[in-house]
Design a protein. Sequence first.
Lengths: 487, 314
Amino acid sequence: MRRLSGFLSIVGAVALTSGLTAASAQTPAGTTADARAVAGAKAYMQSKGLTSLKLNMMMPSIFTAGSTVEMANFEKETGIGVNYFEVGILQIQAKAMSEAVAKSGSFDFWIGDPISLPDLAEAGLAKPIDDLVARGKADLDDIVPGFQEQARYKGKTYGLVADGDNFILAIRKDLIDAPGERQKFKAKYGWEPGCPDTYEQWYQLAEFFTRDPKGAGVPEVYGAMGYRARSWGWRWWLQQFYAKGGMPFDDNLKPLIAGKEGLESLRDYIALTKFMPKDILGWATPQAYPFYAGGNAFSIMTYPSIAIAAEHPERSKIVGKNRYCLVPGYVVGGKLVRRSLQGYGNIFYVSSYAKHPEAAYWLAQYLTSKEVSARLVSGPNSVYDPYRRSHLTDARVIKARTKEMVETHLKNAQVMAPMILIQGAVEYNDVLDQNIQEALLGKITAEDALKNTAAAWEKITNQIGRKQQIEGWKAIKPAFPTKNVPD
Amino acid sequence: MTAAGAPGAGRLRRWLERERVFKWLPFVPVQGLFALLLLPNFLLLVYLSLLSWRITRGAWWNAAFTGLDSFQRALEDSRFLWALARTFAFAAVAVPLELLLGFGLAMLCRRSFRGRRIYTSVFLLPMMIVPAVVGYDLSMLLIDQGPFNQLLSLFAGRTVTVRWLSEYTPAQLAVIGADVWQWTALTFLVFTAGLAGLPEEPIRAARVMGASRWQIFWHIELPLLKPVIAIAVILRSMEALKMFDYPMLLTQAGPGNATETVAVYLWRVGWEFARVSDAAAMSLILLVAVAMYILVAIRVLRRERRRLTEEGAV
């Protein structure tokens, strides 16, 4: 009898455990992704017998101000809060890589860019989350095609995209509309000034609207702005190179950048720099945004969050004076080709060594859901940029960014190309960046810069293993756009 | 137990009290700590340098043994060699400047005067600031139209626009300047201590014999300070050769590679490019280069000590 009761209790325990497991593997209740994330988080807390929990998160410092309110909301609802430690935006990769070695579980999740994904997936730090995405029914269908693909590597999903960071061109319509300017411009260049279709037209606009009445070499208005600083500038060239019809590699991963497309686009990139502030080689977002919002430049090619700075009622001198343009392109084979680049693009990744990976995932799903992402994107301190179709019609997003900007930005996304997202991406891009800067400084020619880069890329490929790299390159190719111009 | 242990304990005590054993005892904790904390890491570093391991290729203990391949790659890597040369060049400019300025300030604060303590504290202050903060603050001060150029313009009486962060040579000067600004405080401290410890007798004797202030300084004080100078050189050189914060925070080691020091490059190779074995080989090469430099400095220091001892000055 005692044996029988022992057997029955084991059977009962097994049944109960399987029941619980089955229950926890079910999709949490809720009609929206944020509601499901909250329900999933609550169920997780219950299954662990917890009432409060602090997740550890690594976050670029530039994102903190725009994120904390929504994280606090999630904590109120679920008891899951966040201890975040801030890191410089360019140091995320190194910090994550050291965790891949240490396997300490010092953070549960982090915000990082797509460039670091191949290395961090191969290093085992980024955790595949396909099962959790399926369980939580994250509303990925609403995401504009091209963004979520950058959180995938070799067929697996590793993150939830939180930021549509493809470049946009902002120009000053007030300067174009100033009395007599249109006529003068048209007389000189033969076309009506406005959003440029090509890089040549952007050059002409920059040339015309550079205002240096004293001739002192320090203009009152600079014709153009783009990023040229170390670790940033290469992204702006890559976009231009793609528009020229270039591809970094062939199918055998032989570099193609030193060809005609690379050389011409690099020469154009260098030429445009003369209309930019002279110390642009040391500038990134913290310097560029206030400078443009201060009314010191005619145009800027940058991240879409420029609209937050340029339309800020207190901090900007040019509110309502901007036009947001499709990225310019090149005429290739008689057809206009526009390309925008996902120039950073934040993604929530969950660590394989997280103490609470599931809880971290639910928070990520909450923050990237339709509703909460709209709040994040439209926040006054936000540097998260629109990436969902629903952002296009969301009144809060439109109010913060302007309708024209959101529409143009998401149109640009139709011709958005990824960065070089294969293993060793950081090194490939760093070598490119270094050589482009040397060419910008006049230390080497544009031709040598590209030849040096191609030679260094070959070494990197051979060191990592060509076969593996070809496989990675094939996997990212579907993320390239098929359209030449947006609809 | 006690009865059996007592003679043993006595023997141990007698052994420890022997002259040739006792003199080494103070080193035991240090050497123990070294063996415990540094030696395993160092041996691991050497081992990793002989493998072909990237962080993206699984565990290091499964990595292939490739002998000296990483060293060969390092010695063929022009970017590494340039970073090494650049770092030594930065140190060669920064350290003498720090020594001169630190020495000058220490001489100024040597005599008693009103407010001396305040000046001493102010001169020491930069050393207390975290280097990252210095780098960040300078990145703001040195922008094109920033306060530093405005100050220069004020002195020059015309608009001065030095591109401290975006042109080759000015960026290098900015990095060196940051190091000098922060670490002159250390040489000031070392020299202040050195000057305070100078023996009075030879100076007094020279004064009695009618030596001028300059002769006393040149023929007595400066030679006596040589060991202190050598220590300051060693300390500052070791630190300057590890320069990381200023180039990273001021220019991201740019423009181009203008301010990429060997520490920055090693960090990139190891943690950004995931090539740990290559980074290990490079750091061992750096270790050898720095060790050779320090050995020369220590030799100079010993020679000076010996000479001063022979002359009866110390």
